[in-house]
Ligand binder design. Structure first.
Ligand SMILES: [Zn+2]
Length: 339
């Protein structure tokens, strides 16, 4: 079980005596404001993460309609940014959240914002710094920083001999493959702030009992018939399912892709949260259409043997801020901690 800690972040202006800090709001030397002081935001961040985990940062305000946006940057010891995340309003959503301030009694529930991204399987273990910034109404900003340790884990290595047809499918250059790769990447880096469909755990995309035939983060070497080799990382989890096995949405969401692709065959991509997507590859049949809203467990197609595959199986993958994460973790832990 991962540990989280909560820290009260003081409004930025109180830090103004420290070098390097900025005060975006009006000068605030006075410590006795005319209106009662607002309670500071509470940021919730993880202490440590393992390669393939999801990084989810929360900012909570006791008052609703206060936060206008949150931003989270994860940087290595060399200062290089590893993740740069924009947040979204998690709750409350709907009319209460958008009611103008002062236009009646403010909801007492406060508001929670989240920013979410993935720690890739190749992220170097070590200590990273997480800096958070919340932009509040009136331009006031609150900042917080913390150290987050990334822990390494083991991944399997495997050699995959390909027959002539599969060697050619994988190795030959093809403008369609390049265009499809670009199209998918552009989709995965998209974060649509209103796309909050699923915050809890995911559920398995196939009914139980199927052997897992490949794992998240496998370090693969494809062996071509001409003696060539290519290194690759397996981004998802494979279930050895016979052709025609029903495949279910792992969580509620919106279908953002449902089409045939050269390498992944009949493919479905579902958006669950801003920047969080689940992907289903090598399907025999697709049962959903782009823009369709699906519920957790809704049938989205049947597994198959399409695209680059050495046998019938379902490839199931989860991306957060474009990085592939360990899907199995998300069957046990909520996408957003505490949900
Ligand atoms: Zn796979």
């Amino acid at each position: 079980m991962r540990k989280f800690f909560r820290i009260l972040a003081l409004p930025l202006c109180l830090f103004a005596v420290f070098p390097g800090s900025l005060c975006a709001g009006p000068a605030a030397e006075t410590i006795v404001p005319e209106s009662p002081a607002r309670a500071p935001l509470v940021f919730t961040v993880p202490e440590s993460l393992v390669q393939g985990d999801i990084l989810c940062v929360l900012a909570r305000s006791p008052q609703a309609n206060r936060i206008r946006g949150i931003f989270a940057d994860l940087s290595g010891g060399d200062g290089k940014k590893v993740l740069s995340l924009g947040g979204f309003l998690l709750s409350p959503r709907g009319e209460a959240a958008s009611a103008p301030n002062g236009g009646g009694a403010a909801p007492e529930t406060g508001e929670t914002w989240a920013a979410i991204g993935g720690i890739s399987s190749v992220q170097a273990p070590g200590d990273y710094s997480l800096s958070l910034r919340a932009v509040c109404e009136g331009g006031e900003e609150e900042v917080f920083s913390a150290s987050v340790r990334v822990l390494g884990r083991d991944f399997l290595g495997e050699d995959i001999p390909l027959n002539r047809a599969m060697s050619s499918l994988r190795a030959d250059s093809d403008p369609r493959k390049a265009a499809e790769s670009r199209e998918l990447w552009e989709l995965l880096v998209k974060t649509e702030a209103s796309s909050v469909y699923h915050t809890g755990r995911l559920s398995p995309p196939v009914a139980g009992g199927f052997r897992e035939s490949a794992f998240f983060g496998d370090r693969r070497t494809f062996l071509y018939t001409d003696g060539g080799k290519a290194a690759s990382i397996h981004y998802g989890l494979d279930y050895a399912t016979p052709r025609g096995t029903p495949v279910y949405a792992a969580g509620a969401g919106r279908v953002v892709m449902a089409k045939e692709r050269v390498l992944t065959g009949f493919s479905v991509v579902i958006e669950h949260l801003p920047g969080v997507y689940s992907l289903y590859y090598h399907l025999d049949k697709i049962g959903v259409k782009p823009d369709q809203i699906v519920k957790t467990g809704e049938k989205i197609g049947e597994s198959g043997f399409t695209g680059l595959a050495t046998g019938p199986h379902l490839h199931w993958e989860v991306r957060a801020a474009a990085n592939a994460v360990e899907p199995k973790n998300l069957l046990e832990r909520a996408l957003v901690p505490g949900e």
